[in-house]
Design a protein. Structure first.
Length: 264
């Protein structure tokens, strides 16, 4: 199978770093025109330049917009009125004891992790249905189905993404549009690297030891017993976004190294 996305336009939210950046690179490598998004213009410009340098002949554009707000989403849609592939990747996470999480954090997590995807799907999906082709992928998490007790608010948003994703897939009946969710497990993105480095500093360990211990202690059911690399997650997402993934619709696909111990 050779994935060829030439002729398509893909928008990846939160793609100035981490998993989103790897997805943007993967889609560009497969021939899609890619729109990079982040909140700060400078970061967006840097990411666009990095992708143009990494993928020969790639067509990359960037739009700075905060997708956690209605205004930010509207400005993004103004700048890019139509896409064939929408990857709702933007997401925040922070371990915090349930009893210390204020209302404002619950709302903020919901706005960033859920409403961003809701608003962008509402804007872009009607044209996909009309054209009879399109791909929407929500980057959820294994935390959607194994709620982490150290960040229940995060788990709640990831479960909500699966619900929205499956619901939207129901609206594609009889068309060639698909809506799916991908559930990464622990992945060494920039965001997670910062978290692991803090952990290493606190415990007086090397980053490698802190990473290995984290998996052993907090994610013992992982079959790969390591953090995934961002490219490993991107591979799954590029496949789901491809023309070849034509009968996978309404699914919540695992890319979590076997961490979830159930068969289905
Ligand atoms: P990251 O923090 O490394 O990168 C997140 C990106 O989103 C950054 O480019 C950031 O600038 C951008 N961003 C944040 N808020 C934004 C906003 N309001 N508007 C626009 N851009 C914004 O994160 P990551 O680890 O790569 O995570 C990406 C996605 O993958 C998230 O949805 C996360 O929940 C999910 N995920 C990550 C892991 C993991 O272990 N890294 C595991 C499962 C799921």
């Amino acid at each position: 199978m050779k994935i060829d996305l030439s002729g398509t336009t893909a928008l990846v939210t939160g793609s100035t770093s981490g998993i989103g950046h790897a997805i943007a690179k993967g889609l560009a490598t497969a021939g899609a025109k890619v729109i990079v998004n982040g909140r700060k213009q400078l970061k967006v410009d840097e990411a666009v330049a990095a992708l143009r340098a990494a993928v020969k002949g790639a067509v990359i554009e960037g739009v700075a917009a905060d997708v956690s707000t209605a205004k930010g989403c509207a400005s993004l849609v103004d700048a890019v009125p139509d896409v064939d592939i929408l990857i709702n990747n933007t997401g925040i996470f922070e371990p915090r004891d349930f009893f210390d999480i204020p209302d404002a954090d619950w709302q903020r997590f919901f706005d960033v992790n859920v409403m961003s995807g809701v608003r962008l799907a509402r804007a872009y999906m009607p044209a996909m249905l009309k054209r009879n082709w399109g791909r929407i992928v929500f980057i959820a998490s294994e935390s959607a189905i194994m709620i982490p007790k150290e960040m229940i608010h995060y788990g709640m948003t990831k479960t909500a993404q699966l619900s929205v994703s499956r619901g939207l897939a129901e609206l594609t009946r009889g068309t060639a549009v698909t809506v799916n969710a991908v559930m990464p497990g622990p992945t060494m993105s920039e965001g997670v690297e910062t978290f692991v480095k803090d952990l290493a500093r606190k415990n007086g360990q090397s980053v490698e030891t802190a990473a290995a211990n984290f998996i052993k202690e907090h994610r013992p059911s992982s079959l790969i017993q390591r953090f995934a690399k961002v490219d490993e997650i991107a591979n799954m997402v590029v496949y789901v976004a491809s023309r070849e993934a034509s009968v996978t619709n309404g699914a919540a696909l695992r890319a979590e190294g076997g961490l979830v111990p159930t068969i289905a």
